[in-house]
Design a protein around this ligand. Structure first.
Ligand code: NI
Length: 172
């Protein structure tokens, strides 16, 4: 398995809208394996293919404490949602930023698994938040897009500063 590079905000490639997967073949299965490896290594609880510069509708998630509940969603579609909840969110593509976002409290999602079989899942709490966050990535949307312009400007400054510092050579 391969650990893939994760794109970071403000990389414009994160704004790409992902296409549906036409066939869950060996290439897609390998992609899913690599995405799990990348997500667990990061570590994170969810990763969308957009974040590793593959613009197909593929998501991996594991919200369990002990990393034993891998969930793969290919071509996900929300078929029902209810309620509203606020949750602090972070993102592997927007490091060190945690902000409260409002999402649907419960979602029912239809997707294909890693073998190409269709399933339906009812999710609430963290899993519901995570599914909505990752599905946004497939639409080129980031959680910071939900913040007020003022808050967003403040965060943007911090992010750009962190990025400049990271790209500077180490002073020895
Ligand atoms: Ni994210």
């Amino acid at each position: 398995m391969t650990i893939l590079d994760i794109l970071h905000y403000p990389d414009k490639r994160l704004r790409t809208v992902a296409k549906p997967v036409e066939k869950v073949d060996d290439t897609i299965k390998k992609l899913v394996d690599d995405m799990f490896e990348t997500m667990y290594t990061a570590p994170g609880i969810g990763l969308a293919a957009t974040q590793i510069n593959v613009h197909l509708q593929v998501i991996v998630i594991d919200v369990s404490e002990d990393k034993t509940q891998p969930l793969c969603l290919i071509n996900p579609e929300i078929i029902a949602e209810e309620g509203i909840e606020s949750c602090d969110e972070g993102c592997l593509s927007v490091p060190d930023i945690y902000e409260t976002v409002e999402r649907s409290e419960k979602v029912t999602v239809k997707a294909l698994d890693q073998n190409g079989d269709e399933y339906t899942l009812q999710a609430n709490e963290l899993l519901a938040v995570c599914i909505q966050h990752e599905m946004d990535h497939l639409q080129g949307k980031l959680f910071v897009d939900y913040l007020s312009p003022l808050k967003f400007q403040r965060i943007k400054k911090r992010l750009l500063k962190a990025q400049r510092e990271a790209s500077q050579p180490a002073v020895l």
